[in-house]
Design a protein. Sequence first.
Length: 246
Amino acid sequence: MQGKVVLVTGGAKRVGAAICRRLHAQGAVIVIHYRSSMEEARALQHELNQKRADSASLVQADLLDTGLLPDLIEKTVTRHDHLDVLVNNASSFFATPLSACTTDAWNDLIGSNLMAPLFLTQAAEPYLKTQRGCVINIVDIHTERPLKNFVIYNAAKGGLQALTKSLALEMAPDVRVNGVSPGPIMWPENSIWSDTHQREKIIQGTLLKCTGEPDDIAKTVQFLIDDAPYITGQIIAVDGGRSIHL
């Protein structure tokens, strides 16, 4: 990982921040993308640069504006000379029961979870090929077992799973593309599952009877980048066994 340049979308907080911290600790140079979490992004950048000078930088962009994505990649390469890894982590997540599906919800959920990873990877492709780098997409276990009342989100992450495999085919042999599917790692910020009984039901639905930690996702991302040169086109579930016990 030493000296590799890694761009993490949605890297300012939660799972994205855990990925940034773990890869940085292994010697990577981190580019933290954020949309509106400027305060958290600056705090994380400062934290990482305190540990190793000039080892973390920021890029801001609304990923729904695909016209900005090539510039986001160009800024990264201009700043750090090259790009080794793209982690497509940024994601919108909110309920859309069938009766509540709208084009605005479609554009947001499909845009952040599927469209942005596609066009950001497209923009990064020539640089990743030069470095024989890789792409890691953060998917979701509910691509296999849809989450009730999340019609559009399920479709978006299902598309991302298919995109991961398709990009692995398209970008071989120079670039590896894999995905990580989290299970119950962190409860949503919007308190969809604020009820403790509902949370406990989800936890008991795992084989390991506990929630995971953001660093469990980060460790798997690290593995796919640094220790898996013969793995591509795969999706690894990090869910305590929940995906086979729903």
